[in-house]
Design a protein around this ligand. Structure first.
Ligand code: FES
Length: 99
């Protein structure tokens, strides 16, 4: 990893119709409430995984989380964004197949 700017992660939280219906505004609020300078939280449009929302995507890792609930946000922040370990149970099963 390089300097802070290069290593800062971005958390994309879908705010399109299906994800909103599944509570993505609350998920976004939960991320914003505990955001630190370690990562940036960005509201985005449809990520093409509507039937698995709420969709949360972490860059540059290209980690896709699905069916995220507000109560899942603290573990994503602590385990993934602070410790660098993706949260297995929330990974999108088609985009992160388990072997
Ligand atoms: S509405 Fe969120 S992925 Fe399409």
């Amino acid at each position: 990893m390089g300097n802070d700017e290069e290593s800062q992660r971005q958390v994309l939280v879908c705010q399109h119709v299906n994800c909103v219906a599944n509570g993505s505004r609350d998920v976004l609020e939960a991320f914003l409430a505990i955001a630190t300078s370690d990562f940036e939280v960005i509201a985005v449009g449809c990520q093409g995984q509507c039937n698995m929302g709420v969709t949360v995507r972490v860059l540059p890792d290209e980690t896709w989380y699905c069916r995220v609930k507000p109560e899942d946000v603290p573990v994503i922040v602590q385990q993934h964004l602070q410790e660098g370990i993706p949260v297995d149970r929330l990974l999108h099963p088609r985009l992160h197949p388990r072997f």
